[in-house]
Unconditional design. Structure first.
Length: 83
């Protein structure tokens, strides 16, 4: 599954991320935290600058239950999803 390594890393670091970045959006590639941002759009822009056109994970750090994972390109309307 695409981004599986990033999700495993996020979950393994969640407590530390909550203590330092709660409410922010983190940018993760592989097993590396590349930054935290106040908006998802900022994280997406930084991901494009740092990594170019390749998959990366953006996830909001929250104590409450998990939110559904989202694909930034779909959220920002850069891709069309057809079912």
């Amino acid at each position: 599954m695409e981004l599986e390594k990033e999700l495993v890393f996020f979950r393994s670091q969640k407590e530390d991320l909550i203590s330092h970045h709660e409410g922010q959006f983190v940018l993760i590639k592989g097993e590396s935290l590349l930054g935290s941002f106040t908006t998802e759009a900022e994280a997406y822009g930084a991901g494009l600058i740092q990594l170019g056109n390749q998959p990366f994970l953006i996830k909001q750090v929250k104590k409450d239950g998990e939110e559904a994972d989202r694909v930034p390109a779909l959220v920002l309307g850069l891709l069309n999803a057809y079912t």
